[in-house]
Design a protein around this ligand. Structure first.
Ligand code: SAM
Ligand code: DTB
Ligand code: SF4
Length: 324
C-alpha cells in the first residue's frame, strides 16, 4: 500500500458518491452560505493563511497534434506561437533552481505532446531526475501515459502527474476530438497505479453549463481517491483558437466552482490556476476564501501570461497570506 492510500484510509469524511444533481444544487447555493461552508471545510483541514506555490515550465512548446479548442499550442490553430524543440536537460534544471530560489516548492514541467514517445521521453525522465535532485517536488504534464510510462516516471523521482479532465463528459466532445474523456481517465488510473500523486482538474469558461461543471467536479471527486491537487483554470481566451471569443465567465460562478471543489475534496489542494492575470485582487481573495490554497507563480504559465510576481507578493502581504 503506498503512502497516499495509507493516508486516505480511515478518512470517513471523504465522499466518492456525488450525484450530478447534488453538485448542481451545491453550485446554486446562496453565495454567502456556500462560501461559509467552503471556508469551514477548508479550516478543518488546512491553515487558511498558507498557500502552496508551484512553478510551471514548458519544456516542449507548440506544434501539438491534439485539437483542444482552448489551447495556444495546438497545431490545428493559427495562434502565432512558434513550435520549439524539446529543451535541454541542463536548461530545465537551471530554471528549476531559479524557481526554488524564488520560493516555489513544486516544479511542473509541461509538454505540448499527445503523450511522451521515443527518445524525447528518455530526455524528459532525465529532467525529472535532475529537478528532483534539487530538493523540489516534481510534477509533469506530458499528456496521455501508458502504465509503463507512469512507472518509469515514478522511478525517475516524479511526485505528481498533471492530467486534466478539462470539462464534464457531455461537453467534452465540443472541446476535443483527438482523444476521449475515457482516455484521460485511463491515464489517471495508470498514474495512480504507479504510486504517483494525481493532479487533475479542468477549465471553467468554455461555454459549458452549470450541469457540465457539476459533472466535472463529480467525476473528480468520485475517482477511487481524490486527486491530491485540483487545478481549476479560468479559460485564457487565445486569439486564433475556436474559443477566442467565448463569453466571459461571471466571476461568482468561477468562485462557486472553487468552493464546490473545496467542499467535495476537503483534503486536496485546490489550485487557482490559469487566468489569475485577468482577475482582480478582490476576486482572487474570494477564491482563497472559497478554499483555493495553491497557485502558479512566475510571469508565465506555459506560454500565456500569469499574474506578476510583484503583484502576487503585494497581494499576499495585503491578505496576510504566506507560502506553504
Ligand atoms: N499536453 C498535455 C495535456 O494536454 O495533457 C499537457 C499540457 S496542457 C497545456 C495542460 C492543461 O493546460 C490543459 O489540460 C488545460 O486544462 C490547460 N490549458 C491549456 N490552455 C489553456 C487556456 N487557454 N486556458 C486555461 N487553461 C488552459
Ligand atoms: C493546469 O491545470 N494548468 C496549467 C498546468 N495544469 C499544466 C497549464 C495552464 C496553461 C495555460 C495556457 C498556457 O500557458 O499556454
Ligand atoms: Fe496539446 Fe495539451 Fe494543448 Fe491539448 S492542451 S493541444 S494536448 S498541449
Amino acid at each position: 500500500m503506498n503512502a497516499v492510500t495509507t493516508a486516505e484510509s480511515g478518512r470517513n469524511d471523504l465522499r466518492h458518491d456525488w450525484r450530478r444533481d447534488e453538485v448542481e444544487a451545491l453550485l446554486a447555493t446562496p453565495l454567502m452560505d456556500l462560501l461559509f461552508q467552503a471556508q469551514s471545510v477548508h479550516r478543518a483541514h488546512f491553515d487558511p493563511n498558507r498557500i502552496q506555490i508551484s512553478r510551471l515550465l514548458s519544456i516542449k512548446t507548440g506544434g501539438c497534434p491534439e485539437d483542444c479548442k482552448y489551447c495556444p499550442q495546438s497545431a490545428h490553430y493559427a495562434t502565432g506561437l512558434d513550435k520549439e524543440k524539446l529543451m535541454a536537460v541542463e536548461a530545465v534544471i537551471a530554471a528549476a533552481a531559479e524557481a526554488k530560489a524564488e520560493g516555489a516548492s513544486r516544479f511542473c514541467m509541461g509538454a505540448a505532446w499527445r503523450g511522451p514517445a521515443g527518445a524525447d521521453f528518455e530526455v524528459a525522465l532525465a529532467m525529472v531526475e535532475g529537478v528532483k535532485a534539487l530538493g523540489l517536488e516534481t510534477c509533469a504534464s506530458f499528456g496521455l501515459l501508458s502504465g509503463e510510462q507512469a512507472r518509469r516516471l515514478k522511478q525517475a523521482g516524479l511526485d505528481y502527474y498533471n492530467h486534466n479532465i478539462d470539462t464534464g463528459s457531455d461537453h467534452y466532445g465540443a472541446i476535443i476530438s483527438t482523444r476521449t474523456h475515457q482516455d484521460r481517465l485511463d491515464t489517471l488510473s495508470h498514474v495512480r497505479e504507479a504510486g504517483l500523486h494525481v493532479c487533475s482538474g479542468g477549465i471553467v469558461g468554455m461555454g459549458e453549463g452549470e450541469g457540465d461543471r457539476a459533472d466535472m467536479l463529480a467525476i473528480l471527486a468520485n475517482l477511487p481517491q481524490h486527486p491530491e491537487s485540483v487545478p481549476i483554470n479560468l479559460l485564457i481566451p487565445i486569439t486564433g483558437t475556436p474559443l477566442a471569443d467565448a463569453p466571459a465567465t461571471d466571476p461568482f460562478d468561477f468562485i462557486r466552482t472553487i468552493a464546490a471543489a473545496r467542499i467535495m475534496m476537503p483534503r486536496s489542494f485546490v489550485r487557482l490556476s490559469a487566468g489569475r492575470h485577468a482577475m482582480s485582487d478582490e476576486m482572487q481573495a474570494l477564491c482563497f476564501f472559497a478554499g483555493a490554497n495553491s497557485i502558479f507563480c512566475g510571469d508565465k504559465l506555459l506560454t500565456a501570461a500569469n499574474a506578476s510576481p510583484s503583484g502576487d507578493r503585494a497581494l499576499f502581504d495585503r491578505l496576510g497570506l504566506a507560502p506553504l
